[in-house]
Design a protein around this ligand. Structure first.
Ligand SMILES: *Cc1c(COP(=O)(O)O)cnc(C)c1O
Length: 402
């Protein structure tokens, strides 16, 4: 499945966009609406028959199209559509694919907001979801009914870092004529789900891709046909629900995207370094780059190796009180911030059971192994990771974690 000629960072680098006056960055489109030289062209554009004409910025704008193209190139899909947030990409995508009476089979370990949408919101619209252990392909297949339309998962799940066998899931999706939707937020560049058979790839740009924790954003990468359907003026969920990214923002995300490959390598290097040492110290450490990770070999076969196993890891310190004390101490020592989200230059940590996954009921958290002593780390871009390791170790020793 993997194609060695495909390098997502090279694909981005090969895209050149100049500004109006020869600027090295593209001009930012600062307009919500666009003039037409003839009334006929306006009509044709509304009918969807005019390429290269802009209608209204909820539909598309030049700045958003640059970012669309770059992200489609990164994922190796025909097209993409950026949105105002990750949830602003996920929800219209699922609503475009499913209507009343339809059924979704989803991984049970997914982002809390997505879980809440599928568990609490879509049933109001007559869309039901069965949540499964995505690592067990036979369980996934057994959950499929005649009403199933979508198979949904995250490449690396939040927060338990379970790895989805995308090629295996794609084979199941093809067999049952389902659309495989993969949220690749945790593993940009490292994994290229569309190359492994995913039909639609989604990102929260808020995290690694923008990388500076200054905005929310999202994208859906898919076939030209599906992206056009999302933006259709009469029937498109993105067009009609309206989660449009602002042009000023898409221009700034585009500039940050230019350094994503360098950042991902450093995030992965630092996380691998800390995970190996924490594990050696006897801490219960989960990181896909460790041989002890249940999906290590699977993940190794899926990744574009130069970008590594990503920047996300978890440790389990036994109970919530210790987890909270450790996070507060590490923040006090300037080792990172006690904050949700990920992909920042600074290390971020949180206790998922009481924060990002608090939408998941406690008994379900326990069943999926989401213990309350769990700390989720998004490892930052620290220049000297050995120095960081020594300081973190000292915090752990002071709190008798080590
Ligand atoms: C943050 C996140 C989302 C939601 O993205 P927003 O930009 O916050 O709307 C979706 N999926 C994953 C895996 C995330 O981490």
């Amino acid at each position: 499945m993997k194609n060695n000629d495909f390098n997502p960072a090279d694909n981005i680098q090969d895209l050149q966009y100049f500004g109006e006056f020869g600027g090295v960055n593209p001009s930012i489109s600062d307009s919500s609406t666009y003039t037409f030289l003839s009334a006929k062209t306006m009509f044709d554009t509304f009918e969807g028959n005019m390429e290269g004409c802009y209608l209204y910025s909820r539909h598309s704008s030049p700045s958003n199209l640059y970012l669309d193209q770059a992200l489609a190139a990164m994922e190796g899909t025909e097209a993409a559509n950026v949105s105002a947030s990750g949830m602003g990409a996920i929800t219209p995508t699922l609503l475009q694919l499913c209507g009343a009476g339809d059924h979704i089979v989803s991984s049970r370990t997914i982002y809390g907001g997505t879980y809440a949408f599928l568990k609490n919101f879509t049933p109001r619209l007559g869309i039901e979801t069965t949540f499964v252990d995505i690592t067990k392909l036979e369980v996934v297949e057994a959950a499929i009914t005649t009403k199933t339309k979508v198979l949904y998962c995250e490449t690396v799940s939040n927060p338990l870092l379970e790895v989805a066998d995308i090629a295996g899931l794609s084979a199941i999706a093809k067999k049952h004529n389902l659309t495989l939707v993969v949220d690749n937020t945790f593993s940009p560049l490292s994994v290229s789900p569309a190359r492994l058979g995913a039909d639609i790839v989604i990102h929260s740009l808020t995290k690694y891709i923008n990388g500076s924790s200054d905005t929310v954003g999202g994208v859906t990468c898919a076939s030209r046909e599906f992206i056009n359907s999302l933006k259709n003026v009469n029937t498109g969920a993105s067009m009609l629900l309206g989660p449009t990214m602002d042009s000023l923002r898409s221009a700034s995300v585009m500039k940050n995207l230019r350094t994503l490959h360098i950042r991902m390598k450093q995030h992965s290097y630092n996380a691998q370094y800390l995970a190996e040492r924490f594990e050696k110290e006897g801490l219960k450490t989960v990181y896909p780059g460790l041989a002890s990770h249940p999906s290590h070999q699977l993940y190794k076969n899926m990744i574009n190796p130069e970008y590594g196993f990503g920047g996300m890891m978890t440790i389990d310190v036994g109970n919530l009180a210790t987890a909270n004390a450790l996070m507060e101490l590490m923040q006090e020592r300037n080792l990172g911030y006690l904050a949700v989200s990920l992909g920042f230059y600074k290390t971020l940590f949180s206790a998922p059971g009481t924060s990002t996954s608090s939408e998941i009921p406690l008994e379900e958290q326990a069943e999926m192994g989401l213990t309350d002593g769990l700390i989720r780390f998004s490892i930052g871009l620290d220049n000297d990771i050995e120095r960081t390791y020594q300081s973190m170790k000292k915090c752990m020793q002071e709190l008798n974690v080590l």
